[in-house]
Design a protein around this ligand. Structure first.
Ligand SMILES: Cc1cc2nc3c(=O)[nH]c(=O)nc-3n(C[C@H](O)[C@H](O)[C@H](O)COP(=O)(O)OP(=O)(O)OC[C@H]3O[C@@H](n4cnc5c(N)ncnc54)[C@H](O)[C@@H]3O)c2cc1C
Length: 430
């Protein structure tokens, strides 16, 4: 059949969630990972601060409480418990993939702290932790012969029949429409930053999986819970907003108003600090507040944040000598396609993982550096669940969807953006 092929597991998205799920599936399964842009062009590569870890058993209660407090106690408690308890297993997998984290003088892991954490429990690799983790996951996926990664290939819709997902309709890098049949399909399409004028996210992350879920009446959850990051480098350019990681404040950076005087507690949870900064800007009639990185000991600043130093330098700021202008921007989506603890959506054989999925782990507001961890813990759980399901898709007797109606992809993409934005707006007032 033309424009059709069959795989075992179809995964839309090559971020840390999609890749980690892929490499945790049995090697005898044929896995097809599709990704809208280049494999490296995903938010997972941008993560700066780090990944939370259960450092020792004694930290469980305070890690749990910090996550809940940041989430305004709206978190699903079982999800939080699974995430924290799953962190050691994830760490061991990452180390096996060759991921390296910063160490202290004694050769032990160095842990850093970010806003709303009562203790240092974040593992990091300089200020490019996401790149370190995701590039190693990508190398691993590329080394496995059962995994194929199709770049510049966009999921346009899922193929649903009789309350079962049978795969997806995609547009290939050559602009062709293709139907991919799959025993299981996974939505791992990341966040929604591309829907906003100012965001730290890649602009092609437009919540496609959410729109597809809404179209198929698959429940979504916490859809109006959008996190604004308090500190991104202020710029007149229209580029992606550059994040000034929270761990910079965790290590001592200060925030100042117009008069270069402190006006807030820098370690408030993200939503509260964003509110404080926005109010300060309003009061002063300014477009930004100042962040002073020179409060951080020089050696620490150099060793821990080389990427931020370099980026600021490129934009004309010497962080050792002067403050940088910072402003809040859209950063993270706590809501998503509703899933259970194993990544299953309400539609049979359809899974969702990573930022595009929601099992309530973050509540109303994500605690810093819980996102990479959550993506990985629940991606692995989904992989184990999928591995248990050996039913083969049989397309005999099924009516294949008509691909013609997907030809105007621009109109479809715009329609999808509108559906998601409307849904977010609608729920903001609930
Ligand atoms: C600047 C920045 C800094 C961050 N820092 C941290 C941090 O320090 N610690 C932390 O825990 N979290 C951090 N985060 C959040 C974290 O990086 C993300 O939440 C996490 O990486 C999401 O992973 P993911 O796999 O779900 O999505 P992503 O990594 O964003 O991947 C999404 C994938 O889906 C693909 N895609 C999208 N739509 C389609 C479609 N229709 N068809 C096919 N493919 C599609 C994309 O091309 C991409 O490959 C940060 C985020 C940003 C933006």
């Amino acid at each position: 059949m033309k424009n059709f092929f069959k795989t075992d597991v179809l995964i839309a998205g090559s971020g840390c969630a999609g890749l980690y799920l892929a490499i945790n599936l049995p090697r005898n399964k044929k896995i097809t990972v599709i990704t809208k842009a280049k494999a490296e062009e995903c938010d997972s590569f941008l993560a700066q601060g780090g990944i939370c870890m259960l450092k020792d058993e004694g930290d469980f209660d305070s890690f749990f409480e910090d996550t809940l407090k940041a989430g305004h106690y709206e978190n699903d408690r079982k999800s939080v418990e699974l995430m924290i308890k799953g962190s050691r297993d994830v760490l061991s997998d990452l180390l096996n993939c060759g991921v390296e984290f910063n160490k202290d003088q004694n050769g032990n892991f160095a842990f850093t702290k970010e806003g709303a954490h009562s203790k240092s429990r974040i593992l990091f690799h300089k200020d490019i932790t996401g790149k370190e983790i995701t590039s190693k996951l990508l190398s691993k996926a590329r080394s496995l012969s059962n995994i194929e990664i199709l770049e510049s290939t966009t999921l346009l819709d899922i193929w649903e029949e009789n309350n079962r997902c049978l795969g997806g309709v995609v547009k290939t890098s050559k602009g062709e429409l293709l139907l991919i049949g799959a025993n299981q399909t996974v939505l791992a399409t990341g966040g929604i930053g591309g829907l906003y004028k100012h965001s730290t996210n890649y602009s092609h992350l437009t919540g496609d999986a959410l729109a597809i879920a809404l179209k198929h009446n698959i429940p979504v959850r916490d859809i109006s819970y959008v996190q604004i990051h308090p500190t991104t480098l202020y710029s007149e350019d229209k580029d992606r907003s550059f994040l000034i990681s929270e761990s910079v404040r965790g290590e001592g950076a200060r925030l100042y108003g117009k008069n270069k005087k402190p006006f807030t507690n820098e370690l408030l949870p993200r939503d509260l600090l964003t509110k404080e900064i926005t109010e300060q800007m309003k009061k002063e009639g300014s477009n930004f507040v100042w962040e002073d990185l020179s409060c951080i000991p020089k050696k620490e600043l150099e060793n821990h944040f080389p990427n931020i130093i370099e980026h600021c330098y490129q934009k004309g700021y010497d962080v050792f000598k002067e403050c940088i202008p910072v402003v809040p921007a859209q950063h993270y989506f706590m809501g998503g396609v509703k899933i259970d603890y194993d990544g299953q959506t309400s539609l049979n054989k359809l899974y969702a993982v990573g930022e595009t999925a929601c099992n309530g782990v973050h509540g109303k507001n994500r605690l810093a550096s819980n996102s990479l961890l959550e993506s990985l813990v629940f991606a692995k759980r989904a992989a184990l669940k999928i591995a248990e399901d050996t039913e083969e898709l049989d397309i005999a007797g099924l009516s294949l969807p008509c691909l013609k109606k997907y030809e105007d992809t621009k109109a479809l993409e715009n329609h999808y953006k509108q559906i998601v934005l409307e849904k977010i707006k609608e729920n903001e007032n609930v």
